[in-house]
Write a protein that binds this ligand. Structure first.
Ligand code: NAD
Length: 485
């Protein structure tokens, strides 16, 4: 397939690649080099109107396509993603700054899995029936919502974009999708792949632009009946304030400040390996990262010693270099935000045990945005650094004395996305799992994902669940039909 990336990206509307109607573009920067290497459409209300028109035209036919046929098309998209993994992974890395090896083993394979999973899932998606003995029978029709909006962030660009689009399409909807303006390229390439796979024109429309202009035009459009959004809690709150009074279906996957709770009786080898990943994977830019490490007091000093030693050896470098364990931070704005958070932690009385500085690389990456993996201790739970999401390679460590205190610390934020628990005592693990306020709990592991499980957060981490039947239910309307005998 020809997946060349033009300097000026275009929107994918009604099966055609077209520029923004305003003629305006936004710079796209490679964060590893700091150089502008392309431009993306600065789309707005008019582009979204055009996309909605195309989607409305496509909807009657797409919603009536039998599931076996939908399976063939969606599965073909998965195959094409797999066939083009090298180009897609390189595009993702150049756009996002993540290590190329990570794009190859996580981001792109997961994107094809998303399509494959929902391609097969829709063939097994059944609805309920409720029998009223000798009176009547009810059955539930699950019909597509219609035109739906999918908005995704920059941290796992194609992975999270497809996590929304695949179930929306499988359920028979037509989609207006907007990737993050910071990482638009793989979304652009997905348009080409969908066309090649035979997805009918107008079924998926990919529109690029900022949250304020393009994203908000999606939220406000009266003909877009459901919004699936992943991003910051702040943007989620704003989106809810617009979509709520319009009675749109809303799925919000938002920020986190996840606790990683470590008891001394855990498997230390596995815990240390996984805690390095859950702290600094993707430069700590994963909503599920365990950014607050809570340690049983008897484990504190030993943990500190080993954890600092391993962290110091994590090589920060050019994302294209196979040896680099840490790539670039996604943008200058985000780099500045993380450095500011480290400053705040120092002002709050935190001690930097390791890292804390920007990294200056030589050669190709001399102007890129790199930060040392950073460990901070000595901060109270109520301080800003332990309350607000940093979303970078920065973790804090705090001791606790018993299970009750561990639960109290774990739950002492407004977030409730994920939690990690390390102990070999299965009863303790289960007690903790029941008490910790989070939508996703990992016991003695991290980021083990089964796409059938409900995915999402509680408290300020979101509303609703993605994954498995939850996603297909979100993207359909349930209609009860009652027949009296
Ligand atoms: P963001 O909220 O700035 O942007 C996310 C997306 O929303 C982008 O496409 C952006 O253009 C768009 N957007 C922003 N404002 C908008 C508005 N007013 N109307 C419509 N669209 C708007 O978030 P980000 O910085 O791209 O991503 C990082 C955040 O995402 C972190 O808080 C992270 O925790 C969260 N996240 C959550 C999950 C999850 O599953 N819960 C997964 C990944 C990332």
């Amino acid at each position: 397939m020809n997946l060349t990336i033009p300097y000026h990206l275009e929107n994918f509307i009604g099966g055609n690649f077209i520029g923004p109607l305003s003629g305006n573009f936004i710079d796209n920067v490679n964060p590893a080099t700091g150089a502008v290497y392309g431009q993306i459409p600065d789309s707005g209300v008019k582009d979204i109107d055009l996309a909605v028109k195309a989607a409305k035209k496509a909807f009657p036919a797409w919603s009536a396509v039998p599931v076996e046929k939908k399976f063939i098309i969606l599965n073909k998209i998965a195959e094409l993603i797999d066939e083009n993994i090298e180009q897609l992974a390189l595009a993702e890395t150049n756009d996002n700054g993540k290590a190329l090896w990570l794009s190859k083993i996580v981001d792109i394979p997961r994107s094809s899995s998303n399509f494959r999973f929902f391609a097969t899932g829709i063939m097994h998606f059944a609805s309920e029936s409720h029998h009223m003995e000798d009176k009547a029978v009810n059955y539930t029709l699950r019909q597509p919502v219609g035109i739906v909006g999918c908005i995704s962030p920059w941290n796992l660009p194609l992975y999270l974009f497809t996590w929304k689009i695949a179930p929306a399409l499988a359920a028979g909807n037509c989609v207006i999708a907007k990737p993050s303006e910071i990482t638009p390229v793989t979304a652009f390439l997905l348009g080409k792949i969908c066309k090649e796979a035979g997805l009918p024109d107008g079924v998926l429309n990919i529109v690029h632009g900022t949250g304020q202009h393009c994203g908000e035009a999606i939220i406000k459009h009266p003909d877009i009946k459901a919004i699936s959004f992943t991003g910051s809690t702040k943007a989620g709150e704003h989106i809810a304030s617009i979509a709520g009074p319009m009675f749109k279906k809303l799925s919000l996957e938002l920020g986190g400040k996840n606790p990683n709770i470590i008891f001394n009786d855990c498997n230390w080898g596995k815990m240390l390996t996984e805690t390095i990943r859950s702290s600094f994977g993707n430069q700590g830019q994963i909503c599920l990262c365990g950014s607050r490490i809570l340690l049983e007091r008897s484990a504190y000093e030993n943990f500190k010693k080993y954890f600092i030693e391993i962290t110091k050896n994590l090589k920060v470098g050019d994302p294209l270099n196979e040896q680099s364990k840490q790539g670039a931070i996604v943008s200058k704005v985000h780099f500045d935000k993380i450095m500011h958070c480290i400053d705040i932690a120092k002002k709050e009385g935190g001690t930097i045990l390791c890292g804390g500085n920007a990294v200056k690389l030589e050669g190709r990456c001399a102007n890129g945005y790199f930060i040392e993996p950073t460990i901070i201790e000595g901060l109270t739970q109520s301080c800003k650094s332990n309350q607000e999401e940093i979303f970078g390679p920065v973790v804090t460590i705090q001791p606790f004395d018993n299970e009750e205190e561990a639960v109290e610390l774990a739950n002492a934020t407004n977030y409730g996305l994920a939690a990690i628990i390390w102990t070999e005592d299965i009863n303790k693990a289960n007690r903790m799992a029941a008490k910790v306020q989070a939508g996703i709990i990992w016991i003695n592991c991290w980021l083990v994902r089964d796409l059938r499980t409900p995915f999402g957060g509680i408290k300020n981490s979101g509303v609703g669940r993605e994954g498995g039947w939850e996603a297909l239910k979100f993207f359909t309307e349930a209609k009860n039909v009652c027949i009296q005998f």
